[in-house]
Design a protein. Structure first.
Length: 310
């Protein structure tokens, strides 16, 4: 997570209040009768979201294989993409203008050109800690998520990107989205970003999330019984999802930062010891199911009989 040094100490949010607001939003957004229907539909839809899970041993092993060198991090993600089945023209690097490691990109082709971008930054702040939380926890999940979603054909083309230079000012994600054509950007139906996971249960930056993506996350969380609540980090920093928001592309960022844990970022305490492995694997399971659900939920509705233009 890219944090402005001047804003870290001035971060103002109350984790307990934010959690309560989000839960009330989920539980009280609709009348009781409509809520029951909503929950039932969420369970049914989730049951149709087919995916597979990478073993906990592999997920944890990749996290523990971190490097403190950003160039080696990018190389590891590329290697694991290939091991997870992403090869040839579907696996590429995107060189940046600056002297930084490239973005690493894996494309899982779908039935259409409509796309969902799944991203996490690979770099970390060199001067503080090991950067395990921020953001090796996100980057190391990318190959496992590719494995999870490649279990069956997908409607959307899924683009997994390890962004370089996030800590330098969202350099990699800005470069990536800026160098897409207008047509390519128009095909992106959602950008799902994750940054600084594993400090606790999954959180969502709700104030900077598209409503449809946020509602879909709530549905999956209820159906899977995996925890997710809202902790907004508006005054803490920014994330790669905001590079896509500049083009009005729907986006959402998942994290695990709370008022009690935010000080771990960019500090000597950003080490493996800060990770709660049960919560980290739960985040992986939730994101896997969420992406599979989005692939189905973002499909255009089937045309009604007789609706063709006369």
């Amino acid at each position: 997570m890219h944090c402005g040094c001047a804003t870290l100490g001035g971060m103002q949010f109350n984790a307990t209040t934010a959690r309560g607001r989000f839960l009330r939003c989920l539980l009280l957004r609709q009348p009781a009768g409509a809520l029951i229907v909503c929950v039932i539909c969420a369970v049914c839809a989730s049951a149709q979201a087919h995916f597979r899970l990478q073993t906990r041993q592999v997920v944890e092993g990749r996290l523990k294989a971190f490097s403190t060198k950003n160039s080696e991090r990018e190389a590891l993600i590329r290697k694991w993409f290939a091991e997870s089945g992403c090869k040839d023209a579907n696996l590429s690097e995107q060189a940046l203008d600056r002297k930084l490691p490239p973005n690493v990109i894996c494309v899982l082709p779908g039935e259409t050109q409509q796309a969902i971008v799944v991203g996490a930054h690979t770099d970390h702040v060199d001067s503080s800690g090991d950067g395990v939380v921020d953001n090796w926890t996100g980057a190391a999940l990318l190959p496992s998520l590719l494995y999870s979603l490649s279990a069956q054909p997908r409607h959307h083309t899924l683009v997994f990107v390890g962004f370089s230079g996030e800590e330098k000012g969202l350099v990699g994600s800005r470069y990536y989205v800026d160098h897409l054509t207008s047509e390519q950007r128009a095909h992106i139906e959602g950008m799902v970003n994750f940054d600084s996971l594993g400090l606790g249960p999954t959180e969502v930056w709700a104030s900077h999330a598209d409503k449809a993506l946020l509602d879909a996350l709530a549905s999956v969380a209820m159906a899977s019984r995996l925890p997710v609540t809202a902790v907004n980090v508006d005054n803490l920093g920014t994330a790669d999802s905001e590079s896509f928001a500049r083009y009005q592309i729907p986006r959402i960022t998942l994290h695990s930062v709370t008022q009690q844990t935010w000080s771990i970022l960019h500090s000597p305490f950003d080490k493996m010891a800060a990770i709660r492995m049960n919560d980290y694997y739960d985040s992986y399971k939730l994101i896997s199911e969420y992406l599979a659900y989005l692939d189905d939920a973002l499909k255009p509705p089937p045309a009604k009989p007789g609706s063709a233009a006369r």
